[in-house]
Design a protein around this ligand. Sequence first.
Ligand SMILES: [Zn+2]
Length: 405
Amino acid sequence: MEPRALKNPYSDYDGIPGCTAAYFDTHGRLTHEFAGRVRCKIAELLEQMHHGLRSADPRDCTAYTGWAGISLLYLHLYNVFGDSSYLAKALEFVSKSLNCLTRRWITFLCGDTGPLAIAAVIFHKMQKQRESEECLNQLLQLHESVVKLDSRVPDEMLYGRMGYLYSLVFVNEQLQQERIPRQYIQQVCKTVLASGANLSMKSQFQEKSPLMYEWYQEYYVGAAHGLAGIYYFLMQPDFGVSQDQLLGLVKPSVDFLCNLKFPSGNYPPCIGDTRDLLVHWCHGAPGLIYMLIQAYKVFGVDQYMIDAVQCGEIIWNRGLLKKGYGLCHGVAGNAYGFLALFKFTQDAKYLYRACKFAEWCLDYGKHGCRTPDTPFSLFEGMAGTIYFLVDLLQPMRSKFPAFEL
Ligand SMILES: [Zn+2]
């Protein structure tokens, strides 16, 4: 009995076209009826979120639980539906965020560079170039300290260098130009490689894993704080990691991580943790899947894809979490794993599974799940579920927010 998830009540994809016909056609386009239900839910949840945010912490600037996350959702709504009132909302929320920056953390999700990057994009889209430049300048001012090896900045996504790097990539991706020169991105990766090689040398894993990273004295494995999130970025094309470094440093480190797999196909939250409990984006298979697919793209080794597919099975069987419907450790975040598999394989099975998890989200609040601390936020709460439902309307363009490239 899985204590952290509810039993998946749905029948799985059986390969017979009839099983997907209610959800999408042979080209992966959602049916009129199902897309209509999803759109209705988006409107309803937006309304609820809007009311709920009245009781949100007014001083939380972050994309993870604060105003920048709500702004990112509205920017996404604008990008998908093109309605300029969404862009105005995005500006309203990012302005709140800019008024209460942490002045301490440097990442997209939990620090100041998320708000700055999101604001730079929104201002640019509103033809407010001076304001956009101002945000970019502030964003780039932090670069020097991030790429300094001895700056004691961690390397992971939520508080470390990769979370800074994502802010730079986000700007270029949203503006569809190399607005931030690629050298800035490459320098971050160079520092992260050096940092990982240093720690590996000091660790007991030196022989097995030429790179190693820690956060608060733990060797985390997952996407949020750990190795999988870091390696996912190090394997991106044009991020400045040479073929020699990929083969000599990154691949053996990825392989070391792959060997931590539990018999179930899931992964531990930290090296040495033997409890096979967490099936979240932040810890476990739903976060590992992106690294595995990327490793397969880069190195062409079948085992990576076999492991990624196994992650999909874990998510299907244990992914309807009692923690709720959010992104970080919730059903919406887990469903993105299916979308990642669908985008890469075009296998209807994964789009079907994503639709089934979306159907679960259409019954938001009806499963007796726990209410998160920040119930309307992007990464823990309702905003994240809405973000996912919007992405389901255009599955081939979907991306796990603030992470997937
Ligand atoms: Zn989480």
